[in-house]
Design a protein around this ligand. Sequence first.
Ligand SMILES: *[C@@H]1O[C@H](CO)[C@@H](O)[C@H](O)[C@H]1NC(C)=O
Ligand SMILES: *[C@@H]1O[C@H](CO)[C@@H](O)[C@H](O)[C@H]1NC(C)=O
Ligand SMILES: *[C@@H]1O[C@H](CO)[C@@H](O)[C@H](O)[C@H]1NC(C)=O
Ligand SMILES: *[C@@H]1O[C@H](CO)[C@@H](O)[C@H](O)[C@H]1NC(C)=O
Ligand SMILES: [Cu+2]
Length: 702
Amino acid sequence: MERLQQIASQTTASAQPPPLANHPLDPLSIQEIKAVVSIVKENYSGKNISFNVVTLKEPSRKSFIEWREKNGPRPPRLAFFVILEAGKAGVQEGVVDIGNLYLTGLKHVQGVQPILTVEDLCATESIIRKDPTVIEQCRLSGVPADEMHKVYCDPWTIGYDERWGNSRRLQQAMMYYRANEDDSQYSHPLDFVPIVDTETHEVIFIDIPSIRRPLSKQPHSNFYPADVVNKYGYRDHKPINVTQPEGVSFKMEGNVIEWENFNFHIGFNYREGIVLSDIKFNDHGKNRPIFHRMSLSEMIVPYGDPTFKHFRKHALDIGEYGAGYMTNPLSLGCDCKGVIHYLDAHFAERSGDPITIKNAICIHEEDDGILYKHSDFRDNFSTSIVTRATRLVISQIFTAANYEYCIYWNFLQDGSIRLDIKLTGILNTYVANKGEKTGPYGTQVYPHVNAHNHQHLFSLRIDPRIDGDGNSVASSDVVSDPHELGSLENPYGNGWFGKKTIYKTVAESLTHANAETSRSWDILNPNSINPYSGNPASYKIVSTQTPRLLAKENSIPSKRAPWARHAMNVVKYDEDRLYPSGVYVPQSSGDGPIGIRGWIGDGTDKIENTDVIVFHTFGISHVPAPEDFPLMPAEPITLLMRPRNFFTQNPALDIKPSYAMTTSGAKKLNGETDVSSILDKTSKLAFSNTSASFEGSCCSKK
Ligand SMILES: *[C@@H]1O[C@H](CO)[C@@H](O)[C@H](O)[C@H]1NC(C)=O
Ligand SMILES: *[C@@H]1O[C@H](CO)[C@@H](O)[C@H](O)[C@H]1NC(C)=O
Ligand SMILES: *[C@@H]1O[C@H](CO)[C@@H](O)[C@H](O)[C@H]1NC(C)=O
Ligand SMILES: *[C@@H]1O[C@H](CO)[C@@H](O)[C@H](O)[C@H]1NC(C)=O
Ligand SMILES: [Cu+2]
């Protein structure tokens, strides 16, 4: 009763709409979250509800562009919410019009489970520690009952288990032991898997393998300083200081950034994490659209051990946990180095109270090596130009139980956008008996520690707008001329060319990678023809880490990630086509027209010269090795989106060179170097004190 009164008074207090956001794509502010929560609570007054999602409902592409470019009305500020009501199956979702404090579109969605939140995850460990059946299994594994505080679990989504389907909200608890709270639990996994109902807070079952594997008696394999120093000491390592004495080259107005010739909006949500929108390139005064929206829309980490219940390990981390919900607060000099601008992220807790993740998004610049260089051999390379590159990095890091995913959206000065992902953190591990063969599905990475094979596959969602509306997508293959050696057309047999295959229908777009033809994919505008090449303006997706999903067709992981079977899936634009594994991913069976399977349909939709959405699957297949343990050195994944036939020349010529000497200039100097032209005075010789000298410059002459 007291709780209800409190809610009522909150509602009256916030009867004023919150201040209007700077930009229609800005994430919800704390005041907006509060306003939405109080409207929802008012609607459900007297009922026991908990909040699962409160997030911006973005305006449609059309209404956004009309506002942004055609003097159209500002799109209304809408929030999408998902709540759970105690004792009621399924979820309830709806939309709040924040400006008018008005709730609409209320829907009770049955037969689904909502995304897991950090609060759900934290609850699981205390549930298993108290459960007598878990205590008994721990005892059988070698953990006495008075040591239950040393038992930990990583709460995982259950995947899909036919025994319960999605009727209850479940997690599978990956069990571990820490002799000491500072020890790494991953060298000491337990062999059984409790299934926990996170709404009733009980262990409903324990999966126990037929072959038991007791707790390892090995010392823990640790990585914090005390252990490492005792074992090896630390290497001699000198710091690298980054100095940006004149500050940064980007400007921000709220969440809109301008850097070099790029301008775009930086958004963030509970699910996709960073969302980049309205990406344009200022081509000498003409602000040319490139991408309307870009994000990581889903991922899957399917494990490859077919025994026991390991098939259930195939987390769809974005749809099941959320790259936003699990995002880390970043710290200066460690996660990001240099001169940094941060943006915070705001979510609603289970209670509806807003919470803030400080420094969720890091924005900074980094030196990016050489952008271009040329020297003339005729005068001993005195005639020379060299321009160093700077890149703009928009980054976040999220933790999916054991793994860390570091996401870097890099903007390059030549108009390219490079997505780098670094995989680090800790392998998911399972206990192995002495002498047990862990292959071929896993590797013993430490005594009694079996790390299973798995893939990390991501779905990059691109809503393109290359030089405006009306885009097409093509595979671009490099092929040998089909004419025979000695033929009229190819007499010497050396002919080859790039072959573009424009997708007319959705079915044609469902393609795999092909290393033999250096396959890339072009997103192009057939209505914007380059005056020099005669080819349409395009952005090329150059992505070579493109393994196929290795789980069989019709397997549960494959059904739940219908996007992962192809490297490329192109569908027609629709504002609700956001999440290719569906809106509600946890415990989905993958049956039926979920997500992209429904959008693909019979594949006959025409996708040429129209508004399309591109879902590109990329990632790695990870066969673990001892070097990945106890903590994995970051493994890089990278892909590039580069302008092709978009500009009429190298678009980065207008960057001041780090060094430029013409032939006539070199003659005048007669062998001397013009030290005044050396811009970088911070480099010096490693083994002398001379700084910014002729020898120490980045463009030294022999
Ligand atoms: C809750 O919202 C719905 C949809 O707008 C409306 O029909 C209903 O009357 C509201 N209920 C309360 C108690 O405000
Ligand atoms: C609301 O429901 C939860 C279970 O979902 C329960 O733990 C809590 O005690 C309930 N609160 C009230 C005020 O009934
Ligand atoms: C470099 O940075 C460290 C801090 O990380 C600082 O102690 C040191 O003085 C700096 N060195 C120079 C030459 O600025
Ligand atoms: C290049 O270097 C060689 C050897 O040092 C010298 O003989 C020659 O004159 C140089 N050429 C020019 C154009 O400076
Ligand atoms: Cu991995």
